[in-house]
Ligand binder design. Structure first.
Ligand SMILES: [Zn+2]
Length: 313
């Protein structure tokens, strides 16, 4: 893998620098452990301060020798070189090795680096998740999926009547991971305002945008009225999104599972349209009202709406 993998602020970053920042984030996955150094000519790997012989640094394993080193940030090429096909050593100590502990460390280190091979070409990185040792986004994605999805025991809601993108948006909203202004503010992103862009009356949280906002409340009133359902009381995200799940057993019995799935599809798609309309206002200054969204819903769910309205909630 190429040493130089990304630019940030005009500066080239090495893989381990990027991985360090990932690991310190919320993923909590030891990604850096999947990379190991591949040694070329050894001109860009620190002899004492990088983990190039295993998962340890020579400076930590051989502290007495490191203390004697004259050039502590030397590279592998400063200490090892090829001579007649063999690896030769070029030490640069502040003084001679003396005492049994220093000699022990010296013998051990000499033994350890005997098997090292220097190759022509630049130093690089090997990726442990592929047999080819070449980094692939696919292998990383599979690893992240395993880690993230297996750590969640929540059942993922999936309505087969709506497109994947709608289900995914609802899944993200369930986890409160949509980029509402409140969530962006929590991540220390500097915003001019954290007020709801649709009404500017309150902070834009998920609950506000999807239920409490006068703008979205009007949309829900129209949508539910279209389906023959009257809404009352306060709304928040969960109460809207789980409306079908929270119907009483008695009311659920009035419908076939397909009817209930249709009603949930309308709710999920409305959430999708609310989020899209919100983004259109924020990023393109495009206004949408309840009637606009309802007309889009009519087009997509005309038949479904008719089916549901036949029933009496
Ligand atoms: Zn609002």
């Amino acid at each position: 893998m190429a040493m130089e993998v990304a630019h940030r602020e005009g500066r080239l970053m090495e893989p381990h620098s990027l991985l360090d920042s990932w690991c310190k984030g919320s993923l909590n996955i030891p990604l850096s452990s999947f990379f190991t150094r591949s040694i070329g000519e050894g001109v860009s790997i620190k002899f004492w301060d990088e983990e190039w012989l295993g998962t340890f640094k020579l400076a930590e394993v051989y502290p007495r020798l490191y203390a004697l080193e004259s050039m502590k940030d030397c590279n592998i090429a400063d200490r090892l070189f090829k001579s007649n096909g063999h690896i030769s050593l070029a030490w640069n100590w502040r003084r001679c090795i003396r005492g049994s502990r220093e000699k022990e460390e010296m013998d051990s280190l000499t033994c350890l680096i005997q098997g090292v091979e220097l190759k022509s070409g630049p130093d690089g990185w090997n990726w442990a998740l592929e047999s080819s040792e070449k980094f692939t986004v696919k292998s990383l994605r599979v690893k992240l999926d395993e880690q993230i999805l297996s750590s969640s025991h929540e059942k993922i809601r999936w309505n087969p009547l709506v497109p994947k993108k709608v289900n995914i948006l609802v899944w993200r909203a369930d986890k409160d991971s949509l980029a509402t202004r409140c969530n962006l503010d929590k991540r220390c992103i500097d915003l001019r305002s954290i007020l709801c862009p649709m009404c500017e009356d309150d902070v834009e949280t998920l609950d506000h945008l999807m239920g409490r906002c006068s703008w979205s409340r009007n949309i829900w009133n129209l949508i539910f009225k279209w389906c023959g359902v009257s809404l009352s009381g306060d709304l928040d995200y969960k109460s809207v999104c789980n409306f079908v799940n929270h119907l009483s057993t008695e009311k659920k019995r009035m419908f076939s599972p397909f009817h209930l799935q249709c009603f949930e599809a309308i709710i999920f798609t409305s959430i999708w349209h609310i989020w899209r309309s919100r983004n259109a206002k924020v990023f393109r200054l495009k206004e949408s009202n309840g009637s606009d969204i309802l007309s889009r819903m009519f087009k997509a769910y005309h038949f479904v709406g008719l089916v549901i309205r036949c029933k009496n909630f």
